[in-house]
Write a protein that binds this ligand. Structure first.
Ligand code: DX5
Ligand code: ZN
Length: 223
């Protein structure tokens, strides 16, 4: 059975003053998840989204947040955020000594657990933790910034991960993060991605007033 396709809007992209309008749209279309980037200025050369924005979003919507931890020692960050059951939490396996243990901790909180694979990270990490994974995020750009172009070999890496996941349990979502334009997403889906973090590259976050129009078109393209 094919996994259902979904988008996950990257909330680091809109301006803070646009959040309320966007959240209205996300709720209206009953989105399954919102992408929440956390960057520590060490693992990636940027600093992004902290605990108070997280709390504000939690007050604004019941849609689960996907906390994408781009930090060293992600195990130290879990207790800083008021993570709720059904949120998604993902991290980069090379940032911790014990990726398997951290996946277990995330699942004990009632959250969906994911690993994030950067362009230079071997996909063999996935194999060792496969029984704990609810989703995998593949970075299709180098992590840290919105507005970049795809790294070469992206489509091939999507295919290699999809094949690996299928050989174990095809219910694991494969999410792509970075430059998911409407055109790129078609090829990403063909190669096995079913979740799409949409940031600045997607017309979906151009403005809250055109969200619905572009969201519907984007999903239609992926059928
Ligand atoms: C990049 C972040 C992404 C970013 C992608 O490190 O993880 O979530 O928002 O957005 P684009 O590539 O569409 O600008
Ligand atoms: Zn991200």
């Amino acid at each position: 059975m094919a996994l259902s396709k979904f988008i996950s809007p990257s909330i680091m992209v809109p301006k803070i003053y646009e959040y309320a309008e966007y959240i209205k749209q996300f709720d209206r279309y009953d989105l399954s998840v919102i992408h929440f980037d956390v960057m520590d200025g060490h693992f990636v050369p940027n600093i992004m989204l902290g605990t108070s924005i997280f709390d504000d979003l939690k007050e604004m919507t019941n849609i689960p947040l996907d906390i994408h931890l781009m930090v060293h020692q992600p195990e130290n960050y879990i207790s800083m955020f008021n993570i709720k059951k059904d949120d998604w939490v993902s991290f980069h396996p090379e940032t911790t000594d014990h990726p398997y243990r951290l996946l277990q901790t995330i699942k004990e909180l009632g959250c969906r657990a994911g690993l994030v694979i950067s362009p230079g990270t071997p996909i063999s990490y996935l194999e060792e933790s496969i029984d704990q994974l609810d989703y995998v995020t593949l970075m299709t750009v180098n992590p840290g910034f919105a507005g970049q172009t795809l790294v070469p070999n992206t489509f091939n890496k999507i295919r290699r991960i999809r094949n690996l996941l299928d050989s174990y349990d095809s219910k694991i979502d494969l999410v792509v993060d970075g430059n998911t334009t409407p055109e790129n997403s078609i090829n990403m889906a063909k190669n096995g991605a079913n979740g799409f973090v949409v940031g600045s590259a997607s017309k979906i976050l151009k403005s809250p007033s055109t969200f619905g129009e572009f969201y519907e078109k984007y999903m239609d393209n992926l059928k």
